[in-house]
Write a protein that binds this ligand. Structure first.
Ligand SMILES: [Zn+2]
Length: 655
């Protein structure tokens, strides 16, 4: 394993390898961001542009011409991210030790004191709490100028302290990494900080506290391979070098120079490793959007009943007409609905394994005042976009991304809304090799146990297992002209008649229309569309769909997590059962439930009954039954009290 220390990350050396033009005053005054002097004589190493007059350089250390991101100190970062004067540093009394009495060209102790003088910091990370657009969070921000931002014992300790503080106070955690990895001068004691910080990050996940990890140039080695990868959301700055081993190490070991772009943020986004790339100038807005969405998950504004107007459902004339309407090239797709229904939408990318599937759109957004995790298929508009998204055919990477979003929703206690619109999964041997069926199965299984409300809506073509993978929901909606089928009519015709031309006849036999699916009991509610189909008025189609989804969410809001999961299980357990048997079973289950409830109520009465020897009329463990029924079992987090003047934020733009 190649965990490397200071300077081992190729061009990311700390000792003088940075552009000599970059001034880093030891004691940066708070007003340094607006100072004119420090831009004098600086030129962009990428495009050569002079930065003296550039306000983007002065404020953000970004080249106005080519968007090159210059190194950025921890103090500047905090100043940029946080509301003015809100940072409260958490100090750690311990100073770095020199357990190995390490010395190369310069003794370690001397390197430490040089780094302190150079940066004005006691170590390579600053921790504390602060507010981003009024939202309190805990932060850990790395200083690359301090021995390459390497993680020794003190850095590991400080990161762990910050993570523990976030858990204790239940505040979102934001880390900004800039690090060459573990600090070799502290030997194994520095390496084990990887385990310490990863374990501390797991506590955050266990408690469902959001963790946003920002990876900047460079983030490598033991920091990237520990807590920094643990973020619920991983963001990176453009062209940042991010990787486990630095390019120089890879070249030495393999004898080949890695391609220029191989370890950039862009490369990682393409390979499913990070959620998005944010220009430094938009980073604060992006993080603030996420914090706002996660900070007040339920904020539905009360509104009059009349507003939720619902026109009658007008079923299509025939099954084939439904097929044609569902596949209409102008029919609105997920992105149209996102635009209309979720004004603040923060898209998440990648399966964190190998790729990002553009046929799957996942992200957090505000749906009528409720923060939801949206998981959807996207067919694409126009020839090029449609090709890129394979007409909504998801790959294994897409289903793994969806499953990741589901797990995040469970952790953050956000309801899940899925939009189903696919002719089916991507069918080819490559997909098979990468685990198509298991990835679909993973979605089905994960959805079945999500402890949060799940609402699915079929908005176009719901084709086969690739569609159902997003359909294990508490409430299943279907637009009036959508179709939902075990197989596309053409596929069925090819199998049964060896003639795809028979699709039109088979469409009727397959019972794939919304009305048929409602009769079969596989969908709950039909959603009306504008006259002539959703494509005639996409905005209005979105309004109708949003109303029905909101209705379902508000109804499910008060149902406890255990009950949601149990009811969802029963819902699908009942599908396809013989009606009589189903009735009998439902009846006996209802009786069982009633007995349990009566038992619980009785136990509660006895609990308050003023006599000494309580008779155990409830069998073995009466208090457990009562306890179970009385236990708080809320599916979703209640919104915290919102500040009266919460600032609004711009919508995110992560690409
Ligand atoms: Zn430039």
């Amino acid at each position: 394993m190649a965990v490397h220390g200071v300077g081992a990350g190729g061009e990311t050396q700390s000792d003088g390898a940075l552009p000599s033009t970059l001034p880093t005053p030891p004691d940066e005054a708070p007003r340094a961001l607006s100072s004119h002097d420090d831009a004098a004589g600086v030129t962009c190493p990428r495009c050569g542009a002079e930065q003296t007059e550039s306000s983007a350089y002065r404020r953000y250390r970004v080249c106005e011409r080519c968007s090159h991101h210059f190194p950025f100190s921890a103090r500047r970062r905090l100043e940029l991210l946080l509301d003015e004067g809100s940072f409260r540093e958490v100090h750690h009394a311990g100073a770095a030790i020199d357990p190995l009495l390490f010395s190369d060209r310069v003794p370690y102790s001397e390197r430490l004191s040089q780094a302190r003088d150079k940066t004005g910091l006691d170590e390579a990370v600053l921790i504390g709490s602060g507010r981003i657009n009024g939202r309190e969070c805990v932060l850990a921000v790395f200083e690359f100028e301090f021995l390459g931002g390497s993680m020794g014992t003190v850095v590991g300790e400080k990161v762990a302290i910050a993570l523990e503080l976030a858990v204790e106070k239940r505040l979102p955690f934001v880390s900004v990494a800039a690090s060459g990895g573990a600090r070799m001068q502290e030997g194994m004691l520095s390496l084990v900080q990887m385990a310490k910080t990863s374990a501390a990050a797991m506590r955050l996940h266990r408690e469902g506290v959001p963790f946003i990890s920002v990876l900047t140039d460079p983030t490598t080695g033991g920091v990237y391979a520990s807590f920094a990868s643990q973020g619920d959301v991983l963001l990176a700055e453009p062209r940042a070098l991010i990787g486990f081993a630095g390019p120089r190490v890879i070249e030495q070991l393999t004898g080949r120079k890695p391609p220029e772009d191989a370890q950039t943020a862009e490369y990682l986004l393409q390979h499913g490793q990070i959620d998005g790339i944010l220009d430094r100038r938009k980073l604060r807005n992006g993080v603030a959007t996420l914090l706002q969405l996660l900070g007040s998950p339920w904020n539905v504004s009360p509104r009059g009943e009349q507003e939720l107007y619902r026109p009658e459902v007008q079923p299509p004339a025939s099954a084939w007409e439904a097929v044609e309407l569902a596949r209409h090239p102008e029919r609105p797709t997920t992105r149209d609905y996102v635009r209309c229904m979720l004004p603040y939408f923060f898209e998440l990318h990648g399966d964190r394994l190998s790729a990002d599937d553009p046929a799957a759109i996942c992200g957090v957004g505000d749906l009528g005042g409720i923060t939801v995790m949206l998981i959807a298929q996207e067919r694409g508009h126009g020839e090029e976009d449609r090709k890129r998204r394979r007409g909504g055919r998801m790959t294994p990477e897409g289903y793994r991304k969806a499953a990741r979003a589901m797990r995040l929703a469970a952790s953050w206690r956000l309801p899940v809304v899925t939009l189903i619109d696919t002719p089916g999964a991507q069918l080819d041997v490559d997909s098979e090799a990468r685990g198509l069926a298991p990835s679909i199965s993973q979605c089905l299984a994960t959805m079945s146990i999500l402890p949060v409300p799940v609402v699915a809506a079929v908005i176009g073509e719901g084709g086969s297992g690739g569609a159902l993978a997003l359909g294990v929901a508490d409430r299943i909606l279907m637009q009036q002209n959508a179709i939902y089928s075990v197989i596309a009519p053409e596929g069925a015709a090819a199998i049964l008649y060896h003639d795809a031309q028979k699709a039109r006849e088979l469409a009727h036999a397959l019972k794939l229309t919304a009305a048929d699916c409602k009769l079969l009991g596989v969908v709950d509610t039909l959603v009306p569309e504008p006259e002539g189909g959703a494509h005639q008025d996409p905005d209005y189609a979105a309004l109708l769909l949003k109303n029905f989804i909101l209705d379902a969410l508000v109804e499910l809001r008060r149902v406890g997590a255990n009950k949601l999961v149990e009811e969802r299980y029963r819902k699908f357990r009942r599908m396809g059962q013989q009606p009589a048997a189903s009735r009998r079973e439902t009846f006996s289950r209802d009786m069982e439930e009633l007995q349990k409830r009566l038992g619980g109520a009785l136990a509660q009465v006895l609990e308050h009954w003023p006599h000494r020897d309580k008779p155990s009329v409830l069998g073995e463990q009466p208090s457990t039954v009562a306890g179970l029924l009385a236990a708080p079992d809320r599916a979703v987090r209640e919104p915290p009290q919102q500040a009266p003047n919460s600032p609004t934020v711009e919508g995110s733009d992560d690409n």
